[in-house]
Design a protein around this ligand. Sequence first.
Ligand code: ADE
Length: 227
Amino acid sequence: MRIDIITVLPELLKSPFEASILKRAIESNLVEVHFHNLRDYTSDNYKSVDDYQFGGGAGMVMMIEPIDKCITQLKNERSYDEVIYMTPDGERLNQGIANSLSLCENIIILCGHYKGVDQRVRDTLVTKEISIGDYVLSGGELGAAVLCDTIIRLIPGVLGNETSALTDSFQDNLLAPPIYTRPRDYKGLKVPEILFSGNFPKIEEWRETEAYKRTKDRRPDLLDEDV
Ligand code: ADE
């Protein structure tokens, strides 16, 4: 998979890809991540990427020209499954969206700044708009990092244990059950006995019940959603 990220602040985005699982995924060639500084696609001496809003109003708007130039250049090199714009008014990111994006070959992620991008970018260049939650970030970069993390960990081979993404919270619309490790008894706090029974079908059944109880308690809304 290849991810091209278009941003005015590449330095804000780079560190999540230089550590841990994402770093390993890149080093193992399971994913390529490329950063494109929008200022490299500007045509004036000031490298302007934004301008005042037509009709008046506070806040600058990202101009279509540099964005179009960058996306057109990328599209001349390969075809893309999606051009994603990170924006608080996009579709709210969930595990289902991450699952389907992890199957893509190539995607572009456009990070917004200031008030956002000229509507014509959204109308003609963008194919999907994603929000990471109902709050406003200073720019799309942190959202893009979150989106990339959720996608990349689902690419086969990225997680050491192939099954471990399948047992994450939200797969099957359930939260994950409680988990324990050594010691068996910590200052009187005991691990549930069933986990030492060696009866794996029973353990699985216990985990499913606990996952269901936790979901019902904390996120009953998930139980009403279609998987
Ligand atoms: N840019 C600003 N706020 C955002 C959000 N909540 N999600 C994605 N991109 C954003």
